[in-house]
Design a protein around this ligand. Sequence first.
Ligand code: SF4
Length: 283
Amino acid sequence: MRAVMRLNPEDRSKMGGRIVAGGQDVTRMSRRRLNRFRGAEAAMIFQEPLLALDPVYTIGMQIVETIRVHERISRADAWARALDLFERVQIPSPERRLNAYPHELSGGMRQRAMIALALACWPQLLLADEPTTALDASVQIQVLLLLRQLQRDLGLSIIFVTHDIGAAVEVADRIAVMYAGRIVEEASARDLINTPRHPYTIGLLKSRTHDAMVKEHKLDTIPGAPPDLANLPEGCAFAPRCYLAQDACRRGVPDLQQLEGGRTVRCRRIDRTAPELRSAAAQ
Ligand code: SF4
């Protein structure tokens, strides 16, 4: 996500490939073009808004200044837009809350204010970095529903990063599952949930607390722990934890394979992960 916004320090980062947003390659943008891209075309919301918002300015002031950096607009018009944004993100008493400092709002309100700030210049792309992780479960659902509503109303594209596959299912049309820094499966949300094909995706879905509560069985877990990213295992990084691992899995990183329905999977044994074969393969 930081790479998409080119926020990684250039003298200490290696960049390869292309990042195409709105038909333009972000990796080739000039500094001036990049400044316009950030905020006006793509914006980011973070896990902990208290760290992302400036504590010494009111929220309203931060939104107004953000708008005025990118657009020639009067302070009064920028304030009117800030008010509109606060109404869109369903903050009660918006006028009063615009005049509040970040520490004066609750966690849920702060995340809504952060979303309003990100939308200040009507970007087409919103990068959401675990935006609900720091919130209570009931507030999490409200923020997820709000993001979905905004996505529909404003025609936004949202990239939503989460450790909670249940949250991904609530907001996503497509889901890409990552393990040890690589995409291991990508599919429409419905296909991924109904017929997961990568052993890691299968493990993630089986270890949802919701399933254990509904079906009243012991919570499944994935054995082992994620690898050290600076010292990845040979071949498939999931092999030490995978119930299907064979010697062949440890010879080189598996390629992403294209399956029917626009799905891609990075696994050498997908012939054993079709739903009808899965229980036999697990034995
Ligand atoms: S390549 Fe092998 S070890 Fe990796 S996920 Fe597939 S079956 Fe498991």
